[in-house]
Design a protein around this ligand. Sequence first.
Ligand code: SF4
Ligand code: SF4
Length: 210
Amino acid sequence: MGVNKIEINYDNGIEVRVNDNRATLQDLLDAWQPLCDNERLYKLYAQNQHRECRGCTVNCCNTAYVIPDLIAFKKMARFTGLDYPEFIARYFQRDKLEVGLLRMQPDPCIFLQDKICTIYPLRSLICRFYLCCQISGDTEQLVYSLSWTGATATQLFVEELGLLAGSSEQGLSSFDMMFRKLIEDYRYNPNIKFFMQAGEYSDIPLAPFI
Ligand code: SF4
Ligand code: SF4
């Protein structure tokens, strides 16, 4: 039997091992998804710390700060049937747009209904990778880099369309400032091109992010 392209060990925090340098972001997502349903994992906010994420009463979607990656952004817009200007106007937080940040409407997330994500198969990398679990340093860096490269690609895409003009410093929360700094840090990252060129996560190679 062949070795899996991606292996995930979670005895001492979640740890990803990439065994094949042809692995794609979709391969990682396929390997990661079962962690959401895994009842053996210690999840800080889950009922009894050992439950699947579905039906979680704390539900990180209530407070999530989601700036979607470009693949998810385009798919979500298509799902709503809106063009980009209308999608942004209706689904993103107005006062954050005014300061140049693409945060999806929160508290709770605009896509959350009856504690269930209504766009689960289309949700963004930030949503897919978040788990209230211990994650090893290298793996955290990998998922962080993928999520923020993707989110910065959205920022650049929307800026290029002339749909995100604001950049005021007024009224920024500490989270806003942190996320803005992250986007600035990733703005010239060469890996952005993978998100700009891709239609699917399977088009994005993992190797440049490792
Ligand atoms: S990751 Fe989110 S949904 Fe899953 S157990 Fe933690 S708080 Fe609940
Ligand atoms: S898009 Fe879905 S998974 Fe992400 S925060 Fe919103 S409801 Fe939760």
